[in-house]
Design a protein around this ligand. Sequence first.
Ligand SMILES: [Zn+2]
Length: 150
Amino acid sequence: MRSRSRRSSGQNDALVLSLLKAADRPVSAYDIVDLASRSGTRLVANQVYRTIARLIGQRMVKRIETLNAYVSAGTGADLCLVCSRCRGVDLVEAPALIRSLRQSIMDARFDHAGGLVEVSGLCADCRPPGVGEPESESAQNAGFVRGSTH
Ligand SMILES: [Zn+2]
């Protein structure tokens, strides 16, 4: 039996996009099903996948392969920093990197499927204090002494 739902694909697009925008973390397709039902709309996973595919085609949504999840992304960001602890992501623009990457991909005669370049690691909130901060390099070289007030 066909669903009696009369929601148009445009309504589904708007709903899914608003749920992604409201989330402060990447969300999976099943998270979206869950969030939609909590907001009073019944969506099945297939509808969510179709909707997401449309939104990715319109460059409104990006898929984070590392997390198997999605974020709303109206920007031209191509580089995605993924925190392996809190699953937070930071989308950044890296035009020089992308130009160089495209050239390498073309040189390899590879058919690029698109998508983000993803880098895993720890975000500023999750990494131990002092790690990864450029100004702390000399402190690290000196051992654990850092931030002394003397
Ligand atoms: Zn984190």
